[in-house]
Design a protein around this ligand. Structure first.
Ligand SMILES: [Fe+2]
Length: 280
C-alpha cells in the first residue's frame, strides 16, 4: 500500500477524539486485493484453527449466557458462501500472515503519531476481520483494545454504549473478563435508550473506545470489516486494575472501578502484577 489509506482529514479528527470519543474516519481500503471474499476465505484456511471463530448469525442482541450455534461448514466455505450461509465469521490476529501484518502496520503507522502523543507507545498491534451474512447479528459485548473498525463491504449498524458505566457493563463483568471470563454482556431492553447508532457503509471507519459495549446488526447484503487494534499502557493498567478489583471483591471488599483515561490505575495494576507473579 503506497497511498495513505485514511482520508487526509482523518488524523486531525482522530486527534480530536482519541482515546475516549467514538467518531468516523473515511478510508480508501475498499476493493483492496487482500480483503476480497476469496482472499479472506484463503486467509481463514491459512490461520490456525484457534484464530478462527464462526457460527450462525441469526442471533438475538443478547446471548445472555447461551452459546451461538455452529453452522456446520468449514471457514473457507463459510466465507465464500457468506451471501447464503447465514453466518458470522471472525479471523483473529491476521498479522500471523506476513502480507496482513504489513497491511496492519501500514494502517496503524498513519495513526501512530496521534496515538503515541496521547497514550504513549502503541503496544500489541492486532488485526481482526469480520465477515457477516445478510441480517446477521453480533451480540452485545465489549473488547479490551483501542479499535478502528474499517468497513469494507455491505452495510452494518454498530450500536455503541458508554464505556466505563456500570449500568451498561457491570464492574463484576469487567473483573470476570480480565480474569479469564468471556467478553459477552447480558442484554436487557432498558439499556437500549443509551445506545448511539453508527451506520457504516463501505469506506467508513469507526473509532471504538476500549471496553465500550456494543452490538452490531448487518444490513441486507454480506458485510466485511477489518478491525485494526492496539493497546496502550493505560489500557493494560485499566485491565489489571479490574482484575485486582475482582481479587479484592472475592476477599469481601467493594473496590471502586478504575477511572477512564486520563485517570491512571498504576497502584492497583501493580498490585495485580504482584498477585499474578505470586500465583505463578
Ligand atoms: Fe466487538
Amino acid at each position: 500500500m503506497t497511498m495513505p489509506a485514511f482520508d487526509q482529514t482523518a488524523p486531525a479528527a482522530f486527534a480530536a477524539s482519541y482515546p475516549e470519543v467514538p467518531h468516523k474516519l473515511a478510508h480508501g481500503l475498499v476493493g483492496h486485493p487482500l480483503l476480497t471474499l476469496e482472499a479472506l476465505a484463503a486467509l481463514g484456511e491459512a490461520l490456525p484453527a484457534a484464530s478462527v471463530e464462526y457460527n450462525k448469525a441469526d442471533l438475538p442482541v443478547g446471548l445472555n449466557g447461551a452459546k451461538a450455534p455452529a453452522n456446520g461448514l468449514g471457514i473457507g466455505d463459510t466465507i465464500r458462501g457468506i451471501a447464503e450461509t447465514g453466518s458470522w465469521a471472525a479471523l483473529k490476529n491476521i498479522e500471523q500472515v506476513p502480507a496482513y501484518a504489513e497491511l496492519l502496520m501500514a494502517l496503524l503507522d498513519e495513526l501512530r503519531p496521534v496515538i503515541e502523543a496521547r497514550t504513549g507507545a502503541m503496544l500489541k498491534p492486532q488485526g481482526f476481520v469480520f465477515v457477516t451474512s445478510p441480517g446477521g447479528v453480533t451480540p452485545y459485548h465489549f473488547d479490551p483494545e483501542h479499535n478502528v473498525l474499517l468497513h469494507l463491504m455491505g452495510e452494518k449498524t454498530m450500536t455503541l454504549f458508554p464505556q466505563g458505566d456500570a449500568f451498561y457493563a457491570p464492574d463484576e463483568t469487567h473483573e470476570g473478563y480480565h480474569t479469564g471470563g468471556g467478553r459477552e454482556l447480558f442484554w436487557r431492553d432498558e439499556l437500549a435508550a443509551g445506545g448511539q447508532e453508527w451506520s457504516l457503509q463501505a469506506g467508513d471507519g469507526l473509532f471504538v473506545p476500549v471496553m465500550a459495549p456494543h452490538f452490531v446488526r448487518n444490513g441486507p447484503k454480506p458485510a466485511v470489516s477489518l478491525s485494526i487494534t492496539w493497546r496502550s499502557e493505560w489500557s493494560f493498567e485499566e485491565a489489571d486494575a479490574r482484575a485486582f478489583n475482582g481479587w479484592l471483591r472475592r476477599a469481601g471488599l467493594r473496590p471502586s472501578a478504575p477511572g477512564r483515561w486520563p485517570a491512571r490505575s498504576r497502584i492497583k495494576a501493580a498490585g495485580w502484577r504482584v498477585v499474578r507473579r505470586i500465583r505463578g
